[in-house]
Design a protein around this ligand. Sequence first.
Ligand SMILES: Cc1ncc(COP(=O)(O)O)c(C=O)c1O
Length: 490
Amino acid sequence: MPYDQHETPYLDAVLRYRATGYTPFHTPGHKLGKGAPAGLRELLGDACLQVDVAMAGGVEDTRESTHLIRLAEDYAAEAWGSDRCWFLVNGSTSGIHALVLTLCGPGDEVIIPRNAHKSMLAGLIFSGAMPVYLEPEVDPLWGIPLTVSTEAAHLALADHPAAKAIFVTSPTYNGLGSDLAAVAAAAHAAGVPFVIDQAWGPHLRFCPELPVDAMTAGADAAVVSTHKLISGITQTSVLMARGERINLARLDSMVAMTQSTSPQVLMYASIDAARRQMATRGAELWRGALEQAAWARDELNKLPGVRCLGEEDLSRHGVASFDPTRLTISSFDLGHSGYELETVLRDDYHIAVEAADPLNVVLNVTYGDAHADIEQLVAAFRDYADRCAGQAGGGSAVCPGLLAHSPAFTRQVLSPREAFFAPSMSLPLAECAARVSAEMVTPYPPGIPVLGPGEAISDEIIAYLQEGAKAGLKVHGPEDRTLRSLRVVA
Ligand SMILES: Cc1ncc(COP(=O)(O)O)c(C=O)c1O
């Protein structure tokens, strides 16, 4: 049943609700703004407060009804090319939790990228599944993880025939993509469901000049963060799945388990509106963004000491596609870390970036950027490069040498869940050899864990962390970020 993608059933219902002026004897306590504190009213305005209701609350025809949300999800399923869609109000994070809980239980193997988003680890802790890692290479120049290669996926599927699913993150944070169709074919030949964490690809399906999207490539399920690169408001995402290899009824229950029972109607309405915008105008809007990003990349690459990650990185092993609207920019050659660059851009040029790491800053270009915004960005870098001219090269806060010998994965002794719930203790790093880690340790760069809960700690890992601590490597995950100690299973 083809839907008219110009329609927005949920958004319209929310607008209608505001016009009806029901007297609310339901949540929230501010009663459509009438009792709202002044500061909140100033922040949100009456227009927002008057539709600040939890899901049904009068938007559906009764408190128990959900047919409107299901209808809006069906429009989205058609737009993204899946059998079923769910609107999520706790981000792709909750979609990943629901998928892991649907696909694997205690002791089951699941193939995942080593640098999977941390929601994946939480999913493993919830479910009790055992990870089998796909290890992406690291680009030593940029300090970023590359993508999972098809060969690695083939090997993991062959070595772990009982695996319940294979997950791949694509595009990565920096916009790099795996050969999704090839991984889908390998997974399906092995009878294993293929899931794509496409949090950074809600737009891909709607513009042919962008890399291929999950459902076109043959994925059985995917999550996309509608709040990241398209117009869903913050925290909104969409989970999509096909029924051939995934039990949609079970997934439906898991989605219910991982969402709030009081979802915000504004969130749903914004997904509905974002879907219409993409389905009806996505190609044209993203072509504009691609032009802007191409212009910015060219201009930035002309500046001495400034580099912007580009198509040439496609040639690196395992990288099959690239989303050029993600700008990864390094001024390492001018002597600044990504963190310093972020501060300079914010304080001196009024520019806020998406993220910074020790080597780079990452910026998103979308259809929301006017050309003047892109010109402001380029002008800022031009000025900054002039100011830095003559300074010695070699960034101040990084140790690219460390990236070249990242320690090998050792052994998963306990499942992440077993390690998480096991009695644990903190030990000096030097005394941790042959112990089992109770925590995750992820150095930045490159954002790939060297230890996860349940993994054996090797001498090599200890030496790497000791060297990293001396070199000022930033680590996420451990209780003691100075790395003088680690939490191990007692
Ligand atoms: C690759 C990836 N997956 C999942 C997520 C979680 O997405 P959300 O913030 O929508 O929960 C993120 C968040 O940054 C991410 O980068």
